[in-house]
Design a protein around this ligand. Structure first.
Ligand code: S3P
Length: 180
């Protein structure tokens, strides 16, 4: 059957901190034989300091500009799974500006799960370093959902394992149909 969309040569993962982008992304990349690009890692390499330090010393707007550039470079290639941080998609028109060869995927997660995962593992998240991280995550998610929703494929990252999520994404890339 002919895919209804142009073949995808890139997967772009969006979703809140702790939604599993950095876990699911490498699984998808390995399965497809593509590269995995963690945009935060690129920003850190470029800046010579980690995200927490960039937020502290240069401020969030400086981080966002570095993030914008690193994501743009990553998306200029192909055969890639690209995972920007959870704030990248939260700019009007940003997800819509991505071409049809890029499969955009929202890993949707609850605030409680996101905070539990984000605080248990991975790098420090400056935006969640507050007295009530779940409350903060709920507020941020409420504001961000309309942006994440623009992704073509929506997956429930609370209910499914990383392996299952990766399988759904790979199947969508291969069939060209977002049936999951
Ligand atoms: C952020 C998410 C983080 C990182 C920074 C800001 C956000 O990445 O870019 O702490 O605004 O949601 P992860 O989504 O990979 O945790």
């Amino acid at each position: 059957m002919t895919p209804r969309h142009p073949p995808h040569h890139t997967v772009l993962l969006v979703g809140f901190m702790g939604s599993g982008k950095s876990t699911v992304g490498p699984l998808v990349a390995t399965d497809l034989g593509w590269d995995f690009i963690d945009v935060d890692a690129r920003v850190e390499a470029r800046a010579g300091r980690n995200v927490e330090e960039i937020f502290e010393r240069d401020g969030e707007p400086a981080f966002r500009e570095l993030e914008r550039r690193a994501a743009e470079e990553a998306l200029a290639g192909r055969d890639r799974v690209v995972a920007p941080g959870g704030g990248w998609a939260v700019v009007p028109g940003r997800l819509e500006s991505v071409g049809p060869e890029v499969l955009t995927v929202w890993l949707d997660v609850s605030a409680a799960t996101a905070v539990e995962r984000a605080l248990r593992g991975g790098p420090p998240r400056p935006l969640l370093s507050v007295a009530d991280p779940v409350g903060r995550a709920e507020e941020l998610m409420e504001a961000r959902r309309p942006f994440y929703r623009k992704a073509r494929l929506h997956l429930d990252a609370d209910a499914s394992s990383p392996e299952r999520l990766a399988r759904d994404i790979v199947r969508t890339v291969r069939t060209g149909r977002a049936t999951a």
